[in-house]
Design a protein around this ligand. Sequence first.
Ligand code: KE4
Length: 425
Amino acid sequence: MKSEILYEKAKKLMPGGVNSPVRNFQSVGDTPRFISRAQGARLYDIDGNEYIDYIGSWGPMILGHANPEVLEAVRRAAENGLSFGAATEAEVIMAQLICDLVPSVEMIRMVNSGTEATMSAVRAARGFTGRNKIIKFEGCYHGHSDAMLVKAGSGVISSGVPSSLGVTPGCANDTLTAVFNDIGSVQDLFANNKDQIAAVIVELVPANMGVVLPKPGFLQDLQRICAENAALVIADEVITGFRLGLGGAQEYYGLKPDMTAFGKIIGGGMPVGAYGGRKDIMQQIAPCGGVYQAGTLSGNPVAMAAGIAQLTKLKNNPQIYSHIDSLSAKFSSGLRELLKVTGVAATVNAIGSLSTLLFTEQEVHNYTDALTCDTKRYGRFFSAMLKQGIYLAPAQFEAAFISYSHTEADIDRTLECAEKALRAL
Ligand code: KE4
């Protein structure tokens, strides 16, 4: 395969031959396919193989790849120049769009990735409260800034290293970890770190230990306990923002976080992140206040054009959400049916257009549950699906993303392939 040849060359030039660990198929024991182009719900690799794509660039491609309106907006913007390092109208339009669609966000700052968004939100929370400690949940992934790489999810779990080398004890000591869906673990941390906790950062629906659903009342209890302790809630909606609906997971669960981090969908496939929230907090950000944060390409006009086009399409066509959610429900219920008829020990966690097939006998409500998954078995399932032209996440602890370009026929075909793959396990 040309992919194999290119992979050998890539490995000599880049760690693991990739620019992001989850792409290198290590945890599924396969060879990464080098993608040449994508269209709608399809990926095409350099060997000419076609795949039904369930990654969607890890979430951004909610409309499907190469959406004509998004591409046209990028072309038009690019013809006017790629980057100015100066204020532009596009940033105002983007900021207005997000603030209109997410009521808890009164002010916002654009950055270039989800990592930058969460890292900056954490710094803002520390600056605003004058406190040092942060609570995160085991298995949640908030990007690769030092403070977040403690018992993190996504590629960190898949790499088998629960935390990263290179994160100093001083940094790690200020990151406390709680157990998702266990409100007592949060209460204990607040009791043992009185008046020291600046914020709790949480994926309202974790999707980096596989998809894990919040138990009824958990998020509401979390919000209440933070308020009682004068700590901020930072909702990491990098995946769920504009995915679970225009108002994201916070609208879905009726929450009002103090700050929210965004990424992925708001960039339409271009490098964009953002963080925002209460005006009194955001006013602490330079140049208004003493919390410094900056970025050469933040609010880049071409990236803004892509994000504005995608968000506008979503805003003007809310039926997109019922379409992707119903296809995803068909996918999840079909998988659950197949698990019954094949007797394979696995469980499906799903919400909206997100789902994960987790290869474990038990239910998965937190990080410890997720770690019972048979990742080797997932790897065999992944490879069997890939051979049939179905491109799932190349790691157990990720999500499958359905886009507006997927069809009923795609789901039917995927389920046929899944039956063959499950029976061959
Ligand atoms: P980025 O820095 O990768 O744009 O965003 C970091 C991030 C923050 N918060 C959440 C909830 C996230 O899921 C992510 C990144 N997601 C992973 C996939 N699980 C990106 C894929 C990758 O690391 O290559």
